[in-house]
Design a protein around this ligand. Structure first.
Ligand code: 5BU
Length: 264
């Protein structure tokens, strides 16, 4: 199966090379699942990656939630992800001015040296995008940014006009791979897709096969609905890592998203 055929206009309209890498991995493994690996030790992270690696297309991390972080221990996580052909996506949600964001790409965690993708808020202004890109430039790497156009948590302050400004910033930057959309609401995802057009990715958290209310304000929708509404990947955390059988869970999310993509 060719990625270009499966993804159609998304493949042909997308410029960012990492978007093509993601779409190829998704077709190879037949999954549109990005694992939100929200675990607190590097050993647990490596174990989970080795378990579910064949059923996911990218790995999303929160490096600052890891209790035993060290450069060496983190290298094990990165190497495990690479063995499974996963892009590394640090959900850092940068939000400062451009110059500071550039510096924060380095620092203790040195995100610029291992992350292929990061998230950023648009709240401080459009220059955050160039600041983050300059961070990768400092280590002669190229990465992709996802701007938060929507969020899955209830009561968030990302209004319609904020979403529009965010899309217009992303549209004019080659560094922006795409947008985070609210996976708990198919209506919001399809409205976002309408505004974004075909040329950028939309990845959606707030997805769970048992779509009950999450804890502490998280909201959930069904993975197939998110994909059919125009999302290109579902970001799944607890649905997989809190499951009694993470491998079976990852496979179930993979199957749901893959068949939804084929009917889209
Ligand atoms: P969950 O366990 O599937 O609810 O985890 C969701 C993950 O997605 C978690 O790592 C969050 O940081 C991340 N997330 C989110 O839930 N909602 C958002 O709007 C954004 C990120 Br942006």
């Amino acid at each position: 199966m060719q990625a270009a055929d499966v993804w159609g206009s998304r493949w042909s309209s997308t410029a960012h090379p990492l978007s093509h890498r993601f779409m190829e991995a998704a077709v190879e493994k037949q999954t549109l699942v990005v694992l939100a690996a929200d675990l607190e030790t590097t050993a647990e992270l490596v174990q989970l990656i080795n378990q579910v690696g064949p059923h996911i297309a990218a790995l999303k991390t929160h490096v600052d939630m890891v209790e035993d972080y060290s450069k060496e221990a983190w290298r094990d996580v990165v190497e495990a992800a690479h063995r499974h052909g996963l892009l590394l996506f640090e959900d850092r949600k940068f939000a400062d001015i451009g110059r500071v964001s550039q510096t924060q790409m380095g620092g203790v965690y040195d995100i610029r040296s291992w992350a292929d993708i990061v998230t950023a808020h648009r709240v401080s202004g459009p220059d955050i995008v160039d600041g983050i890109a300059a961070g990768w430039d400092d280590v002669q790497r190229i990465g992709g940014i996802f701007l938060l156009a929507q969020m899955s948590s209830r009561g968030n302050l990302l209004t319609e006009s904020y979403t529009d400004e965010t899309i217009s910033t992303g549209a004019s930057s080659p560094h922006v791979m795409g947008y985070i959309g609210n996976g708990s609401s198919p209506d919001e995802v399809s409205s976002l897709r309408e505004k974004v057009g075909e040329g950028k990715m939309i990845w959606t958290p707030g997805v769970n096969l048992s779509a009950e209310e999450g804890i502490l304000g998280q909201r959930y929708g069904h993975p197939s609905d998110a994909i059919k509404a125009g999302s290109d990947a579902v970001i799944v955390g607890s649905g997989i890592h809190k499951s009694d059988d993470p491998v079976a869970a990852a496979k179930a999310y993979a199957d749901a998203t893959w068949s939804a993509l084929k009917t889209r």
